[in-house]
Design a protein around this ligand. Structure first.
Ligand code: GUN
Length: 286
């Protein structure tokens, strides 16, 4: 293997230590950041994520409030809870764990969150602010990816950046963030022709397709920075990314592992957004 490993776990620990200091300072001023996490139903992966968020908050001194609602909760009941959390001064940030049960309209729920408390940065007001470079919050996974790219030591400006995946949560905002740092950005998706060739142009390749080990070493330009956003559980229970690590790490200059790459960074960025929300709600700048 030749690639430098971009250790997201280690970097996230470093960031969490910085956050701990900031939270301690805020608490000294009487500001206690709080994150409300709402989960509906019993999806095991969602439960794991929510547990991690509670643990992360406790680690850095952020209060967390969990609302675990029954699968049968109606959209109206969920919207009522959000309206209550929007008004609660103890709640700086709100996160509704996705996916929601099929009978609930996710857009209606996301749109109901006060943009000033939007810890995920999914609300259209915050997405719009990101588009025009006037954002307070950043979406957690793309923001974590930018931190990892910074850690790789490569400058984004002028580089060929290829993002594979166009989701609202990762692909689209990731492309905007790379563009905002003056990367030359290509967004690929399921209809892209010659995906392998397009990926091979990339100095910075971000894989967010949700297909296990889809991107092979042959897709990668020698020396490229490869960021793997995927988390896929194989039938044998092994966790793998969207990139085939064994072949890709022979070609890349730097690469994120799965697990221990983007995942911990996403979690750390949620804490950053929660603190930003607490500061803004208390008249501080971020
Ligand atoms: N489900 C999977 N990823 C996410 C995320 O980043 N935020 C929320 N709210 N739900 C998710």
């Amino acid at each position: 293997m030749t690639a430098k490993i971009l250790d997201g776990k280690n970097l996230a620990e470093k960031i969490k230590n910085e956050i701990k200091e900031v939270v301690s300072g805020l608490r000294n001023e009487g500001i206690i950041p709080g994150l409300a996490v709402v989960i509906v139903g019993n999806d095991p992966a969602s439960r794991t994520y929510v547990n991690s968020k509670r643990k992360d908050c406790a680690e850095v001194g952020i209060e967390s409030f969990e609302y675990a609602l029954d699968e049968s909760t109606s959209e109206e009941e969920l919207l009522e809870l959000i309206a209550k959390l929007n008004k609660d001064p103890k709640v700086s940030g709100i996160l509704v764990q996705l996916p929601l049960p099929k009978h609930i309209n996710e857009d209606a729920v996301i749109f109901a969150i006060d943009p000033a408390k939007d810890a995920d940065c999914f609300h259209p007001v915050n997405v719009g602010k990101l588009m025009i470079g006037k954002h307070e919050f950043l979406p957690c996974t793309p923001a974590g990816v930018m931190e990892l790219i910074k850690e790789s030591g490569i400058e984004v400006a002028g580089k060929e950046c290829v993002v594979v995946g166009r989701s609202n949560i990762v692909g689209k905002p990731q492309s905007m963030l790379l563009l905002s740092q003056n990367g030359t950005v290509t967004i690929c998706h399921s209809k892209t022709k010659n995906l392998e060739e397009v990926c091979k142009r990339a100095d910075i390749l971000v894989a967010a397709v949700g297909r296990p080990e889809f991107i092979k070493g042959s897709y990668i330009k020698p020396g490229a920075v490869v960021i793997d956003v995927g988390i896929n559980r194989l039938e044998n229970k092994k966790l793998v990314g969207d990139v085939e690590f064994s072949s890709a790490s022979e070609v890349a200059g730097a690469i994120t592992p799965v697990p221990g790459g983007v995942g911990p960074m996403t979690r750390a960025m949620l804490l950053v957004n929660t603190i930003k929300a607490a500061k803004l709600q208390n008249g501080r700048s971020v």
